[in-house]
Write a protein that binds this ligand. Structure first.
Ligand code: GLU
Length: 451
């Protein structure tokens, strides 16, 4: 193998990954994106390769899979599958969210856990990386059914986690309600009130700004990229996908910075509000999604705006796009349309929302492109701050947490610029984030011996 050629390095490494993890296409995609931006750096710094750091980083430290039996309100028994992929603990306890969604599988959790390792490293907080959850679908379930599931799920998961071991949080399908039920069950089993989960409620160990942090952080990052080009969100038309926690607070921050958010979506379709989603409409979205657990087409009916059934927002002309729904939600054709329509910046609020091809379209067009592990790191960063507050047994004010979040997002942006600058001056944020995230974890692994 010619280790001097970055392309060959990537191909050789990926053939090993594919052979070792057959069929895990999302995991392959996440690893490929990292390896191809790291290959040059790896050739220049052969020590990492000699010590097989990348081989170690792509093999989870531990994978836990378990049965989750529960009963619905009619007394029927259901069996779901629970997962926790504990990927890397070199720089701190495993940390990362739980996703409850019928589509999940081991490949998806491994991609998410792998991304999480580098993302958590970028926050500069002492957190390793993990991800987990279940194929349980919280949609159309009663509160009692969700509680029954969460209690059963935590009964097994509790053996594997702890405030110094592994600290889960929310992700798709897991919000404040689910964290509450899981925290309650952990406390009963362990007889211990500790910071074992983040995203807890205010008043029982949660941090202010945690619900807002992923959405706010994504917009702070987009603003940093634009500011560097002497531009800003002000006056910009912004398309946003999703309508959950990340999307809602992305809308809020875009409004705060003087931009015009025009879209939201869910798995059934997209709303396009030409006049802009204002503060009052956003309050309705929060009520619709968080309290009524309704569908986004109800927004279109209420405000008489356009609704695109089974479509995503990327054909709507915009200056800035914030994909905040899920993985692979922008494909190659949609990336072409965004570029053709004059989009100048994409910041990923979700994890890996652009397909491999879409990401390359954005990079080739040299528009501002922030990968999720940098742009959406604000969520886990404030989770890290929640852990700090729990350890100190105190709570910081909104202003204190928000200030720290802003500083963290600005620092991540700086790191990406420092490591991602190309010869022509273009900032490849993907490369910057991957190198900056990798070096800290790799050096910690080396210092800790063969782990
Ligand atoms: N699920 C979020 C993420 O993708 C947050 C994880 C956490 O707070 O631990 O980063």
């Amino acid at each position: 193998m010619n280790k001097k050629d970055p392309k060959q390095f990537t191909e050789d490494f990926m053939s090993g990954i594919i052979a070792r993890n057959p069929g895990e296409v999302e995991f392959h995609q996440a690893v490929l994106e990292v390896i191809e931006t790291l290959s040059e750096f790896m050739i220049r710094n052969p020590r990492y390769n000699q010590l097989k750091i990348l081989e170690r980083m792509t093999e989870p430290e531990r994978v836990i899979m378990f049965r989750v039996p529960w009963t619905d309100d009619s007394g029927n028994i259901h069996i779901n599958r629970g997962y926790r992929v504990e990927m890397n603990s070199a720089i701190g306890p495993y940390k990362g969210g739980l996703r409850f969604h019928p589509s999940v599988n081991l490949s998806i959790y491994k991609f998410l856990a792998f991304e999480q390792v580098l993302k958590n490293s970028l926050t500069s907080l002492p957190m390793g990386g993990a991800k987990g959850g279940s194929d349980f679908d919280p949609k159309n379930k009663s509160d009692n059914e969700v509680m029954s599931f969460c209690q059963s799920f935590m009964t097994e998961l509790s053996r594997h986690i702890g405030p110094y071991t592994d600290v889960p949080a929310g992700d798709i399908g897991v919000g404040g309600r689910e964290i509450g039920y899981m925290f309650g069950q952990y406390k009963r089993l362990r007889n211990e009130f500790s910071g074992v989960l983040t995203g807890k409620g205010i008043g029982w160990g949660g941090s202010l700004i945690r619900p807002e942090s992923t959405g706010y952080g994504t917009v702070y990052f987009a603003e940093e990229m634009l500011n560097r080009k002497s531009d800003s969100i002000r006056g910009k038309t912004v398309t946003i996908s999703g309508s959950g926690n990340v999307a809602q607070f992305a809308v809020e921050e875009v409004l705060d910075l003087g931009g015009k958010p025009v879209s939201l979506s869910d798995s059934n379709g997209t709303i396009y509000d030409k006049d802009g989603i204002d503060g009052e409409k956003l309050e309705y979205v929060k009520f619709l999604k968080n309290v009524c657990r309704g569908r986004i087409y109800e927004y279109a009916e209420k405000y008489g705006v356009e609704y695109y059934e089974n479509k995503r927002p990327w054909s709507i002309p915009c200056d800035v796009a914030l994909p905040c729904a899920t993985q692979n939600e922008i494909n190659s054709e949609e990336a072409d349309i965004l570029i053709k329509n004059g989009c100048i910046a994409v910041a990923e609020g979700a994890n890996m929302p652009s397909t491999y091809e879409a990401e390359h379209k954005f990079l080739d067009a040299k528009i501002l492109f922030a990968p999720g592990k940098a742009a959406n790191a604000g969520g886990v960063a404030v989770s890290g701050l929640e852990m700090t507050q729990n350890s100190m047994r105190l709570s910081w004010t909104r202003e204190e947490v928000d200030k720290k979040l802003k500083t963290i997002m600005r620092d991540i942006h700086h790191m990406c610029v420092a490591q991602g600058k190309e010869k022509d001056g273009y900032i490849n944020y993907v490369k910057g984030a991957n190198i900056a995230g990798f070096v800290k974890v790799a050096n910690a692994m080396i210092a800790q011996g063969l782990v």
